[in-house]
Design a protein around this ligand. Structure first.
Ligand SMILES: [Zn+2]
Ligand SMILES: [Zn+2]
Ligand SMILES: [Zn+2]
Length: 281
């Protein structure tokens, strides 16, 4: 078996040549911000069963905790596989792969997003599964938000923004662009007007990548840590906000699944939200 995938822009490609030994959906805040999704799905593949295909010059690394280094594509911001020499494994994000191993557990559920209802029947672990040999990094609680403001930030903390409108609509998008861009099962995005989203710090670190063949599809991310950031589209007066980089509860939840026709085969939708094959009419 060889299962190949690439980042959103196609600069970085890789292949996995055996069934992963383990697969998890991780709900930790670092995965949520890195992927811009409700959770990241990781496959653990023996290092000798993973290889880069071609050039790796676009890979940017960011150390998100003393134990964990993460990588993303410096051109398009997609989360990339991360070889972990200490355990002789490669942690491969499932999102860009159309098929592969189904996740076996939900991990870091204590840290899951308030707007995400966990409905799968998979075993759940508050943090790492027992015997993983990993220790979670404590996270500081934030002071209360100013009235009427929902705050968001990237993993490195350089970019901060405020949202001052209720996001609507909010949906989970399973299209292949979102899966490759977010390197996750789906994106969870909320929409607002441009005036309702304001960068309060680090706007100069924003980088964006527009798909050459797309009318609108553009991924915006932090140049330092790769976290997904809001995209402003003044021509349509739309701000597209990845829910998972919000530090406060936005008070809304995804209302539907869209582009379900492109859903990854390894991901099972377990909630009762309406499903649309493509965009809702
Ligand atoms: Zn790329
Ligand atoms: Zn995680
Ligand atoms: Zn950052």
């Amino acid at each position: 078996m060889s299962n190949e995938a690439c980042c959103l822009c196609g600069s970085v490609k890789w292949a996995v040549s055996s069934e992963p030994l383990q697969a998890f959906n991780c709900h930790c805040s670092i995965c949520r911000k890195a992927h811009g999704s409700a959770f990241g799905t990781y496959w653990f593949v023996p290092l000798d069963q993973f290889r880069w295909l071609g050039d790796t010059v676009s890979i940017v690394s960011y150390r998100s905790s003393p134990q964990i280094q993460r990588s993303f594509c410096g051109t398009c911001g997609s989360v990339l596989p991360q070889p972990v020499e200490s355990i002789n494994m490669c942690a491969v994000p499932g999102g860009p792969h159309d098929d592969g191993k189904r996740p076996q557990a939900e991990i870091f559920t204590r840290h899951k997003a308030p707007w995400f209802d966990l409905t799968s029947d998979l075993p759940r672990f508050d943090e790492y599964p027992p015997d993983s040999g990993m220790t979670p990094v404590p996270r500081e609680a934030l002071p209360a938000a100013p009235e009427g403001v929902v705050r968001g930030s990237c993993n490195c903390g350089e970019i901060r923004f405020h949202v001052t409108e209720t996001l609507n609509p909010v949906h989970n998008c399973h299209c292949s662009r979102c899966r490759r861009g977010r390197a996750a099962a789906h994106a969870s995005n909320g929409f607002a007007t441009v005036a309702a989203v304001r960068f309060v710090q680090g706007e100069e670190q924003l980088k964006s990548y527009k798909m050459p063949d797309a009318q609108y599809f553009t991924q915006v991310f932090c140049n330092i840590c790769g976290s997904k950031m809001p995209r402003m589209d003044p021509t349509r007066d739309l701000a597209v906000v990845p829910l998972s980089v919000l530090d406060d509860d936005p008070g809304v939840k995804p209302q539907r699944h869209i582009f379900v026709r492109d859903k990854a085969a390894w991901h099972v939708i377990s909630d009762d939200l309406p499903q649309f094959s493509a965009a809702p009419q």
